[in-house]
Design a protein around this ligand. Structure first.
Ligand code: AHR
Length: 489
């Protein structure tokens, strides 16, 4: 048992936690869209216009705020006109990025917008800069957002959608340092400037333009973006960081030893250093915080499950992944002055999914439950949360407890995680400048290797948890491998 003190000062605010920090990502990859979110209208699985009802409900339950689509690398090969009009006439293409499977384009712009509307989330469309033309990009924006009597708006009407949709978030390219064209940052920045010029604001719609950001610790990429782009042409920069301590090698999602566990936790904590250093670069060029930092892809990348298609990136999801999610989301909350959005990769059946499906069966992963525990942070004000640096682990001990806190509508949410595999933490939490009468908590805790599968979908689940309150102090035991969410009001 280790004693850990936590100090929260509600007067000391960090910034607004944009709900978009709790965003997600869905690519045409493996079974994320097809045989995942989208089963088609003729499926026996209950659906609305081909979209699984149980997935819509699960997304709504965690207040999923924004969804990025159609990729990823797929976005840089995607030609949006292939995915509109009568389905029988849509072009079949080969998904060259992800296994060479046939993409029949039955899920396109209309289906994605329908999904967002059913979930009640904002769409974030990643446009094709790598292999698409300026005209193609400009026309897609016109098709989606224009109310004019113009060629693309009329094409949308012909395809059954009279009213334009609202579209705020657009990504202008994806990983252009890699699958999006293997470009130098200087070259990409110039192309970005050109392409974004033709992404117009139609009919009262206001675009939020996102440039491809660095691969992890490529600080030079960030430096070049900030030097060559300014708030007149860019609103956000999209950093990608996967938790992969043995890159390019990967470990199993479920069969890992204690060292691999702690190495993964250490890699999750690295996001703090990464965001701090990228923020320092952004602060030099943009001290007024006009350009947001977006973590457009994050999460654990493990080996695929045995017997599954290696190109489909299907992996199980344990309490280890829940701890990673809890640590990362606390980091994002604590950096919410600069971090305005984050998108976990990926929602369903791919990488660190929140949902796994098999036929009509559906499993909510431990990572899903972390998003459920953290949902009250959305649109709240992050406040200062000091967590004593007590260590856990083996040869390179890591910070045992991660935490963040926020205030919204007179209530405070505190989220903490204990990554130790063996030790309880005896938490003493002092709250300053916040009046509250009631304290309640919910916890997610289990063995680090525990996961939910189709036969035992609730092995890892949230339950109520008792904490002691004495005046402005809270005290409780945080068990090994756990994530807690506390509500004060
Ligand atoms: O999320 C899987 C892939 O990882 C994405 O397509 C790409 O952007 C990243 O490299």
């Amino acid at each position: 048992m280790k004693k850990v003190s936590v100090l929260i000062n509600a007067k000391d605010t960090i910034g607004k936690i944009n709900s978009e920090i709790y965003g997600h990502f869905s690519e045409h990859l493996g079974r994320c869209i097809y045989d995942g979110i989208f089963v088609g209208e003729d499926s026996d699985i209950p659906n609305i216009k081909g979209i699984r009802k149980d997935i819509i409900e699960a997304f709504r339950n965690i207040k999923l705020p924004v969804l990025r689509w159609p990729g990823g690398c797929f976005a840089e090969d995607y030609h949006w006109k292939d995915g509109i009009g009568p389905k029988t006439q849509r072009k079949k293409i080969v998904n060259t990025n992800w296994g060479g499977v046939v993409e029949d384009n039955s899920f396109g712009t209309h289906e994605f917008m329908e999904l967002c509307s059913l979930v009640g989330c904002k769409p974030y469309i990643n446009l094709n800069l790598g292999a698409g033309t300026v005209v193609e990009m400009a026309e897609w924006i016109e098709y989606i957002t224009s109310d004019a009597d113009s060629p693309m708006a009329n094409l949308r009407r012909k395809n059954g959608q009279d009213e334009p949709w609202k579209l705020e978030y657009i990504g202008i390219g994806n990983e252009n340092w890699g699958c999006g064209g293997n470009m130098r940052p200087e070259y990409y920045a110039d192309l970005y400037r050109q392409y974004q010029t033709f992404c117009k604001n139609y009919s009262g719609n206001k675009l939020y333009k996102i440039a491809c950001g660095p691969n992890s610790s490529d600080y030079n990429w960030m430096e070049v973006m900030m030097k060559r782009l300014d708030p007149n042409v860019v609103n956000g920069i999209d950093l990608h960081y996967y938790t992969m301590p043995y890159f390019p090698n990967k470990d199993s999602a479920t069969k890992f030893d204690d060292k691999q566990y702690y190495d993964t936790i250490e890699a999750a904590y690295f996001a703090d250093e990464l965001i701090t250093k990228h923020t320092e670069i952004m602060n030099r060029y943009d001290p007024e915080n006009k350009i947001g930092l977006i973590i457009g892809e994050w999460g654990c990348w493990h080996e695929v499950e045995p017997g599954t298609n290696p190109a489909f990136l299907y992996q199980q999801n344990t309490m280890r992944n829940a701890l990673v999610a809890a640590i990362e989301l606390n980091i994002f909350n604590n950096h919410s002055k600069r971090v305005v959005m984050a998108n976990l990769a990926q929602t369903v059946n791919v990488l660190q999914s929140i949902i796994l499906t098999e036929g009509e069966r559906l499993v909510k992963t431990p990572t899903y439950h972390v998003f459920d525990l953290y949902k009250e942070h959305q649109d709240a004000t992050a406040v200062y949360c000091f967590v004593e640096d007590v260590r856990a682990g083996l040869d390179k001990p890591v910070k045992m407890i991660s935490g963040s806190a926020s205030v919204k509508d007179g209530a405070m949410t505190i989220t903490l995680s204990n990554c130790s595999l063996t030790e309880d933490a005896e938490i003493e939490c002092d709250i300053s400048y916040f009046n509250f009468k009631n304290a309640s908590a919910k916890i997610l805790t289990n063995d680090a290797r525990a996961y939910n599968d189709f036969d035992t979908p609730d092995r890892v689940n949230i339950r109520d948890y008792h904490i002691n309150k004495a005046g402005d102090n809270l005290s409780f035991i945080l068990p090994p491998c756990s994530v807690i969410s506390i509500q004060l009001n």
